[in-house]
Design a protein. Structure first.
Length: 185
């Protein structure tokens, strides 16, 4: 019995380290790579100089999805950062580890966040009736969003986009929405 306890105690730090490494990867990508994504894909070139704000709002516990608020050059919005395995679109059937960013301008971001919140509120009875069996889905731009419940107080939001399938826990979603609205003040 002592041998098993010793093995468990030896493995626990390795498991905890590997989980924290994934979180570190997600945060590192959100803070580091999102800056150049915002500059290159949203704000554009600057011959003199321009200022912009980037505020990482929340990361899902699964490390598959991170939300980032940005503001600069009279533009503001929300970036969803996807991190995980994704399927090769070329038809090879292979999956690769990587990341990608989905930009939502201010109006679209607010519309998406409010829509998800409204569905969860209006359909609470349906979602709570059968865990992981009762699902609600909708398309938003080029994303597919699925809302369901998996256990008591374990609401789930899955987003399929550009080969990624990311899970957004209810807690992370609410934190994103709250911080997004606060960033606007």
């Amino acid at each position: 019995m002592r041998k098993y306890i010793t093995i468990i105690l030896l493995l626990a730090p390795i498991i905890l380290f590997s989980q924290s490494k994934v979180k570190e990867y997600s945060k590192k990508i959100a803070l580091y790579q999102a800056k150049y994504y915002i500059i290159n894909e949203i704000l554009g070139e600057s011959n003199d100089y321009d200022k912009f704000i980037i505020d990482p709002l929340a990361a899902a516990k699964s490390s598959e999805l991170t939300s980032v608020y940005y503001e600069g050059k009279n533009k503001q919005g929300l970036i969803l950062g996807f991190y995980d395995d994704y399927w090769d679109k070329g038809g090879s059937g292979r999956s690769y580890q990587g990341y990608g960013f989905k930009n939502l301008n201010f109006d679209d971001a607010l519309r998406l966040l409010n829509k998800i919140e409204k569905i969860i509120k209006d359909e609470k009875k349906f979602l709570n009736a059968d865990d992981n069996e009762n699902n609600i889905y909708f398309n938003f731009d080029d994303m597919i969003i699925v809302i369901y419940r998996e256990g008591l107080l374990r609401g789930r939001i899955r987003i399929s986009w550009d080969g990624f399938d990311a899970e957004w826990e209810n807690t992370s979603f609410r934190r994103t929405k709250r911080r997004f609205e606060r960033s606007l003040k």
